[in-house]
Design a protein around this ligand. Sequence first.
Ligand SMILES: [Fe+2]
Ligand SMILES: [Fe+2]
Length: 352
Amino acid sequence: MATTTHSHAVQPQQVEQYLSGLSQYNVGPLWKFLRQALTPEPRSQAKPFLWRWHELRPQLLRAGELVSAAEAERRVLMLLNPGLEGRIATTHTLYGGLQLILPGEVAATHRHTPNALRFIMEGEGAYTVVDGEKMTMSFGDFVLTPNWTWHDHGSEASGPVVWLDGLDIPLATLLEGIFFEPYPDEAQAHTKPLNNSVAEYGKSGLLPTWQRFTGAHSPLLKYAWKDAREAVASLSSAAESPCDGAILEYVNPINGGPSLATMASFLQKLKPGQKTETHRHSVSAIYLAVEGHGRTLIEDKAYDWSPGDVFALPTWCWHAHENLSATEDAVLFSFNDAPVMKAFNWSREQTR
Ligand SMILES: [Fe+2]
Ligand SMILES: [Fe+2]
């Protein structure tokens, strides 16, 4: 095939004219945007950000005075990333919110395709019902309401109950996979024993023999605080991660996979004074400080945290965690989008 060189004949204004005329055909020149589209590494629009519990708790309680759970359906303050303005997003794939339920309230039954998780931050005596199974919720419990399961929340407590909601809403929105349905009746029937999934699947290494759950999420819908806290406490130093300290994942007990199809969740403990190595990964995460006082350096900026503070870690940001106390443990709960990134082989990690 003959090669033709046009450069001697083409005038710059001809090229400009050509380019400016292209939009009328709804096309564009990839050669002008190649490097912008195919970046050498991820460049998140999301920003690292920390939300302070001592600022948000009064705002949440004020919402409790102004808006009933019945009016709101879910009384939640969304954690909105300042880099993702106009989107319901805490990182580019994950959403976090603080939900308040007051004594006697019921948040109506509904279902949706986004997966949801809860980590109880304050109080006890609230409950979540998932597909007919009522689960009690106390401080530190981790509870799942997976894709398309009917769920409602209520409170038999004497004071406010607050939890962190985690959902894959930004990812589901991008993929245009959102479906939602309110329950046709006032409330769903409780068709299973209380905390049934814990009885069936909550004993480490012991599973029911004659029927085995085969869904895309964990059949265990509640992971009790006491068990998780003891598990991170009893992990030996040899089993620690250099970048995360004593970290355990809330897994599907059947296959050891993530508890939800799109989100993996973790509890980690940093010993007094412990400082982790710096790393970064193409996985974004939302962290909740559960115990102690610590600091997470994200892109060399310090985010100091105390119990109830939540922070967003965007994709591919260098980060390290530090326990600032010389005497007390620090404990972080977190969830990330690793199951999605790993499924498509888009997950990378580097240590510095
Ligand atoms: Fe929901
Ligand atoms: Fe990390």
